[in-house]
Design a protein around this ligand. Structure first.
Ligand SMILES: [Cu+2]
Length: 119
């Protein structure tokens, strides 16, 4: 590879990186790239947070929650959509509820594995 090609390759991979980050932010669910690569000795990675329910879509198995900063994920506070491992967990959860969450990270996607109302 001559110098020109090397430079093109560097620029290309840099712009692909930016593209992937944009996709993670705007398309579908919030991904956590760091988390996706960190798996400790077969122990499933779980994160804990609280939040306020702003929307529930039981048929899709999705819930939108405003959560405070999640230190273990290095996430700022935000309102975001979470998939859930089992739609049945959304039973009885309604807009305005304060909830406590367990999050697992299959493929780096924060997915609710446990949700409890803490009103
Ligand atoms: Cu978030």
């Amino acid at each position: 590879m001559n110098n020109n090609n090397a430079l093109t390759a560097i620029i290309l991979s840099a712009s692909l990186g930016i593209f992937c980050n944009l996709q993670a932010e705007t398309g579908g669910y919030h991904h956590n790239e760091k988390s996706a690569s960190v798996v400790k000795a077969g122990i499933p990675e779980t994160h804990h947070t609280t939040g306020m329910v702003t929307q529930v879509d039981a048929s899709r198995g999705q819930i939108i929650i405003h959560h405070p900063p999640i230190e273990s994920l290095e996430w700022e506070d935000m309102t975001m959509a979470f998939p859930i491992v089992d739609k049945a967990l959304l039973k009885g959860i309604k807009v305005g509820d304060k909830v406590k969450l367990d999050l697992i990270m299959p493929d780096g996607v924060a997915t609710i594995s446990k949700i409890d109302v803490i009103n």
